[in-house]
Design a protein around this ligand. Structure first.
Ligand code: ZN
Length: 112
């Protein structure tokens, strides 16, 4: 039996329904075929603004998005601080705990 090039082709994995590309990422190396959601920037107006181009400044922002890595079944939630290029990655269960903690604190603040 002789294999053809088609037999050696790494199959595309279907994208997550929320992937902003949605095409299986055919032009990317199989190890790099992560699905990415929209980035959902949240302005951080209490932080120094960031230079954007020669005459413009933007509020610092944290991007909130999902990534499903090529080897993973479940996505992770990521927070990326654009100002210092730092990021935090958490499981969806951890993201739910963070959401619940923030919600509880906001409810406490709103009652005060
Ligand atoms: Zn994708």
């Amino acid at each position: 039996m002789t294999l053809t090039q088609d037999d050696l082709r790494v199959p595309l994995r279907p994208c997550a329904p929320w992937c902003r590309d949605g095409d299986g990422h055919p032009g990317e190396h199989p190890d790099d075929r992560s699905c990415w959601s929209s980035f959902n920037p949240v302005p951080l107006t209490m932080h120094p603004a960031v230079r954007f181009g020669p005459q413009e400044y933007l509020y610092a922002a944290v991007d909130v998005f999902l990534q499903r890595r090529p080897e993973a079944d479940s996505p992770v939630l990521m927070l990326h601080n654009e100002a210092d290029d730092r990021e935090m990655t958490m499981t969806l269960d951890e993201a739910v705990m963070l959401r619940d903690a923030i919600t509880a604190l906001l409810e406490t603040a709103e009652r005060a």
